[in-house]
Design a protein around this ligand. Structure first.
Ligand code: NAD
Ligand code: MG
Length: 391
């Protein structure tokens, strides 16, 4: 609820037409007068972006795909809302003086705009885990330097953020990231060969964008999240565990030295972690279904299977190697997932191509954003060749 007399909070949503973007818009819409939108961005969905813009009247609207500039301009004719297109314009959107920025672009494409918001010391709600995977040290150094606030939106990291004792870090023994196991949790490896993009994106618990849905099916998503957690929390990789929990009710846990384990629970609806970040440091109401544990009856747990889900091992290996290895892992995965969604490669090719790209890419240290871009581009070249030769 709006506190009396306070000015509306100015917010920007990067990736406003996506799954996370639309859930954020939903919360904003439920709280009229509380938020004013500074900027909205999308990649190619002109229609949805224009509809959001007409509703919220932001200062700037950006379409990532430059060829769609004319279409967006036309769709917003007569509104006096500024329209721009292209990568630099995405950065410009993040640079406008919003108090709070939702970073919900998918993939490494979110890195530059996320960094721009971080660099001006904003409160950044981070859904775009790939920016931490491909440039975690750089992003976290900029957060520190600029005094920015990073609020994790990824449900696992948001859960940990809520139960992590930042004042007594030494008392934390382990992080336990829960994983649903995805749609192929119980499928034999031999049957994974033939699964289709439609089957892979049909997640049992969460409704999400296509890329993260495929990542959940390979469990690369959990691998990316181990890397994300290692940057967000002062806990080394060896003490970040993954636990399969098919019901997605416990979103993650923190284990303490005295044997206590603190968990955050909720129904699988991203509007809860988004509301946590949007309301922060207060709590705001969210319409997510309330947990009915008696109706659920049972929560179950199992260890992840490294044979059927090799992506988890690859992500841990990348984190241990450090330098550009996670950048390479992420870029190769983006290319392979796009190849799978386009039916150019099979499901099991995804992890194979990531592993081969990691073997072939030259190991470099990352000391600047240019280094990140170079490592990312090299990995994309290698992985694209592997996709082409697999097809
Ligand atoms: P999505 O595909 O539904 O939406 C992605 C958004 O980014 C869209 O607005 C799209 O227009 C924009 N976009 C895509 N490519 C772009 C590019 N090259 N340049 C600029 N903009 C581009 O994805 P999503 O499921 O909303 O996920 C967004 C991010 O949040 C991802 O990093 C994902 O891992 C993370 N995340 C999502 C969920 C979820 O439940 N959907 C949960 C946890 C984390
Ligand atoms: Mg997650």
């Amino acid at each position: 609820m709006k506190s009396s007399g306070s000015a509306p909070r100015r917010i920007t949503i990067l990736g406003s037409t996506g799954s996370i973007g639309c859930s954020t818009i939903d919360l904003v819409e439920r709280n009229p007068g509380v938020y004013e939108i500074e900027a909205l961005t999308a990649h190619s969905n002109v229609e949805k972006l224009a509809a959001q813009a007409r509703l919220f009247r932001p200062r700037l609207v950006v379409i990532g795909d430059e060829t769609l500039y004319g279409a967006l301009k036309e769709a917003l004719a007569g509104t006096n809302i500024a329209v721009a297109a292209g990568k630099d314009a995405l950065v410009e959107a993040a640079t406008l003086p919003a108090d709070w920025v939702m970073s919900a672009i998918v993939g490494a494409a979110g890195l530059a705009p996320t960094l721009a918001a971080v660099r001006r010391g904003a409160v950044v709600a981070l859904a775009n885990k790939e920016s931490l995977v491909c440039a975690g040290d750089l992003v976290m150094a900029e957060v520190e330097r600029a005094g920015a606030t990073l609020l994790p939106v990824d449900s696992e990291h948001n859960a940990i953020f809520q139960v992590f004792d930042f004042d007594r870090v030494e008392s934390v023994e382990r992080l336990i990231l829960t994983a649903s196991g995805g749609p192929f949790r119980t499928l034999a490896r031999s049957d994974m060969e033939k699964v289709t993009p439609e089957q892979a994106v049909a997640h049992p618990n969460w409704s999400m964008g296509a890329k993260i849905s495929v990542d959940s099916a390979t469990m690369m998503n959990k691998g990316l999240e181990v890397i994300e957690a290692a940057h967000l929390f002062p806990v080394p990789e060896a003490r970040i565990e993954v636990l399969v929990h098919p019901q997605s009710v416990i979103h993650s846990m923190v284990a303490y030295v005295d044997g206590s384990v603190l968990a955050q629970l909720g129904s699988p609806d991203m509007r809860t972690p988004i509301a946590y970040a949007l309301g922060w440091p207060k709590r705001m109401a969210a319409p997510s279904a309330r947990l009915d544990l008696a109706a659920l009856g049972t929560l179950s747990f199992e260890a992840p299977d490294p044979e059927r889900f090799p992506a988890l091992r690859l992500a841990r290996q990348a984190l241990q190697t450090g330098g550009a290895a996670p950048t390479v892992l992420n870029a190769a995965n983006e290319v392979a997932v796009a190849g799978f969604l386009a039916r150019r490669i099979g499901f099991l090719d995804i992890a194979r191509i990531v592993e081969e790209t990691m073997d072939r890419a030259v190991a470099v240290r990352l000391s600047s954003l240019d280094d990140v871009h170079a490592a990312d581009a090299e990995a994309r070249r290698i992985a694209s060749d592997l996709v082409a030769s697999a097809g």
